[in-house]
Ligand binder design. Structure first.
Ligand code: GLN
Length: 446
């Protein structure tokens, strides 16, 4: 009830939710009360959470921020939704996002932009902007997000919360609407690393219905939050502190690193020489995968269908033209071009080769360090509308986050301080399946 009341008071302005299911939430809360009363409560029983509107929820609209799916009511729950439900979390609603998770500011949503709770003239980041804003404004205790190229970490940084992008394959993608399947990964967004650990324990785990899900024994992340940071070797990539980084963000990150030294960590400069290439590589691979994934929206099987089509061709064309927004259409065009015969080798294959080199750069860096640290974003949350007319300027925002997805690594963003009243995020990048160490490092900083 208090979550719903706070949403009523604040969300008409923030616009962090797309759908809310009051009745179901109150019903689930009653069930949670009963479990608590009977002594059968888990750590998430009765905790109000929200899901990014990319996760399928049974009987609750799942729009993916798109007109295309404006009336789509899934017949099943995503694995992540199912797992958090059975852990006792109470689903309050579905959060705003860039259409099909394509964007870095939440301004590509069919439902209008979400606002940053710290300054409502600014973006909350994207694409999981609604989840970040809802957690930052205290509307829900925690939320889920997805991160294809930074969409958990960047909005977490802009809204002053903690977000974790897990190792590719740790969290099931079943029922998570596909953007770029080899990069997409769901994860927790919460007020602290401890809360992220709690959520991740419920979310992670093998799923036979996702062929890229990894079969590993479950971990107790909370039990490892106090692991010693003495002797932790932190790599500082020099490419993350170069041109384009706001000087006050740089200062806050440097102060945070000094704190880690005081906790017993050692700092070492490293190089990730292909950082700049992550932008062109990602913005070929992600649209290529998107163009194939989004071919399923044809006006026949799911979602929007145009009125009175003349023939099948007209049905496809107009349904897609009306259903998809401008950025989604741009990505489909770019991706289709990069995959077409004659261009495939020059663009898609080349981008995949660069991706392999980027993964290799991380692997060599991790020969001498345990974690890598730097800023999550080059600057603080920017003003609404300031980058919408220039897609390339928007893509450049992702410079510090994209390579992590290309390499499939886990990474977090945690609040490091404020610049002129706006939150700054510190990014920690780990080796595959090193979530426990990242969470411990974040927890002890907090
Ligand atoms: N900003 C990036 C993009 O638009 C990343 C989005 C994401 O991680 N979903 O593709």
């Amino acid at each position: 009830e208090s979550a719903l009341a706070r949403i009523d008071a604040l969300d008409s302005e923030l616009n962090s939710f797309i759908s809310i299911d009051r009745e179901a939430a109150l019903q689930d809360a009653k069930t949670a009360d009963a479990r608590i009363a009977s002594g059968d409560a888990g750590p998430l029983t009765g905790i109000p959470i929200a899901h990014k509107d990319i996760f399928c929820t049974r009987n609750l609209r799942t729009s993916c921020g798109s007109r295309m799916l404006d009336d789509f009511i899934p017949p099943y729950d995503a694995t992540v939704v199912e797992r958090l439900r059975s852990a006792g979390a109470v689903l309050i609603g579905k959060t705003n996002m860039d259409e099909f998770a394509m964007g870095s500011s939440n301004e590509n949503s069919f439902y209008g932009p979400c606002k940053n709770p710290w300054d409502r003239k600014r973006v909350p980041g994207g694409s999981s902007g609604g989840s970040a804003a809802a957690v930052a404004a205290g509307l829900v205790a925690a939320a889920t997000g997805t991160d294809t190229g930074g969409s958990i970490r960047q909005p977490a940084a802009f809204c002053g919360i903690t977000g974790l992008k897990p190792t590719y394959g740790l969290v099931s993608r079943l029922g998570m609407i596909a953007y770029a399947s080899s990069l997409d990964q769901g994860g927790p967004m919460a007020r602290s690393a401890e809360d992220c650990a709690l959520l991740l324990e419920a979310m992670a785990g093998h799923d036979v219905r996702d062929s890229t899900s990894i079969n590993r024994p479950p971990e107790n992340y909370r039990a490892q939050l106090q692991q010693s940071l003495e002797g932790l070797r932190i790599g500082i990539p020099k490419e993350y502190f170069g041109e384009g980084l706001d000087s006050s963000v740089a200062r806050i990150i440097e102060d945070a690193l000094t704190e880690y030294e005081a906790m017993g960590a050692t700092l070492q400069e490293i190089s990730l020489p292909r950082t700049a290439l992550s932008i062109p590589a990602y913005y070929v691979i992600a649209p290529a995968e998107a163009s194939t994934n989004l071919s399923r929206y044809d006006g026949v099987r799911y979602g929007h269908r145009c009125n009175s089509p003349k023939d099948l061709e007209d049905l496809y064309t107009r349904s897609r033209e009306e259903g998809f927004g401008g950025e989604v259409q741009r990505r489909i065009l770019v991706g289709t071009y990069a995959l077409s015969s004659g261009y495939y080798d020059a663009y898609y294959k080349k981008a995949q080769q660069v991706r392999r080199l980027i993964a290799g750069d991380f692997a060599s860096a991790f020969e001498s360090v345990d974690v890598i640290a730097g800023p999550t974003t080059p600057g603080v949350a920017f003003e609404l509308g300031s980058k919408t007319s220039d897609p390339t300027a928007m893509y450049l925002e992702d410079i510090y986050t994209l390579s992590v997805n290309l390499a499939g690594l886990p990474a977090m963003s945690l609040p490091a301080g404020f610049s002129d009243g706006l939150p700054v995020g510190l990014q920690l990048i780990g080796q595959h399946f090193d979530e426990a160490r990242l969470l411990a490092a974040a927890h002890q900083f907090q």
